[in-house]
Design a protein around this ligand. Structure first.
Ligand SMILES: [Zn+2]
Ligand SMILES: [Zn+2]
Length: 312
């Protein structure tokens, strides 16, 4: 129990889901730790999330005849050691990121579909019927950028729309967005593509890279490793796969470009390891402000770093 409290206090995501789409709350209930379950629910753990086995914490608690507690309301004067300021924001984002799709499409490995692979993952260029799943990753990509700033005072008021706008994945029409993603992931577009990374073990999506090319330059717009797969070298594999794919499509690429938020330490390390160097800076829209469009005077904006790499 002390461990759970500690994890929540240091910013552990209460609604983080594993490969079976279960949150910590599922495990607490399954193992009979109803005190821990109550604590998690009080700290904004969702009781409505559905696991792969189609269970929800709500239905499991009902079967145990256990009444879920109320979520704790905000205190008038919060004591720092007793509240997790970001918990509500994280919970809000977690529900949004996975509201689209509950199923986990399976992508079978076939020789002609593999761009590049490691022992754990293969990167492919043609993944039909995965657009909703890739859209979830895309929203998680926006969420990842938001959560980098969980210690900032403005984090708790951050909206999912602002997070989407930061990384340019905001969609006015969700159906149109899904159609574009489907085209990108099935190799239909001549000079842009999305390559999903697939787990060799479960054959399910583990991340993706999205890139376009023109005039000998390839621009990587998204390089997304899903949270359970982070820290395993998948980012580097995706970048290498994108370079290989562009060459395969006949692009004579001499330069690869991308932008990374200066606050995104893990991504910057990954890109540096892949041979990228910082060559420019520009302002992001974070922290959000209320300036009228096109006339922002704020000088506190977090910077995007432009990184480049020359390739033979
Ligand atoms: Zn807490
Ligand atoms: Zn401003």
């Amino acid at each position: 129990m002390a461990v759970v409290e500690f994890l929540l206090r240091v910013g552990f995501e209460v609604n983080f889901r594993d490969y079976a789409r279960k949150t910590a709350l599922f495990f607490a209930i399954e193992n009979g730790h109803l005190d821990v379950a109550d604590f998690l629910i009080e700290h904004a753990a969702s009781i409505m999330v559905r696991s792969k086995e189609q269970k929800t914490p709500q239905s499991m608690l009902k079967a145990l005849k256990h009444k879920a507690p109320e979520r704790k309301r905000k205190r008038a004067s919060p004591t720092p050691s007793f509240v997790c300021p970001g918990a509500a924001t994280r919970s809000r984002f977690a529900e949004w990121e996975w509201s689209q799709e509950e199923s986990e499409p399976v992508i079978e490995r076939s020789e002609d579909n593999v761009v590049l692979e490691s022992q754990q993952y293969f990167v492919c260029w043609n993944a039909r019927g995965c657009s909703k799943r890739l859209r979830c990753s895309e929203l998680e990509f926006a969420g990842d950028h938001a959560h980098l700033h969980q210690d900032a005072t403005w984090y708790r008021d951050l909206t999912t729309q602002q997070a989407e706008a930061l990384v340019n994945v905001h969609a006015d029409d969700e159906a149109v967005r899904l159609k574009v993603i489907e085209e990108m992931a099935t190799g239909v577009r001549p000079s842009a593509f999305t390559l999903p990374a697939v787990s060799q073990q479960t054959h399910t999506v583990a991340g993706y890279i999205h890139a376009s090319f023109a005039d000998q330059t390839m621009t990587i717009t998204h390089c997304k490793v899903d949270r359970p797969h982070q820290g395993r070298g998948l980012g580097g594999l995706l970048i290498e796969a994108a370079e290989k794919r562009a060459q395969k499509l006949g692009a004579a690429i001499s330069k690869v470009k991308l932008t990374v938020l200066e606050t995104n330490e893990p991504a910057r390390k990954c890109y540096a390891k892949s041979g990228f160097q910082v060559c420019g800076k520009s302002s992001s829209i974070f922290p959000p402000c209320n300036c009228p469009e096109d006339s922002c005077q704020c000088d506190n904006k977090i910077k995007w770093l432009t990184m480049e790499k020359r390739i033979a």
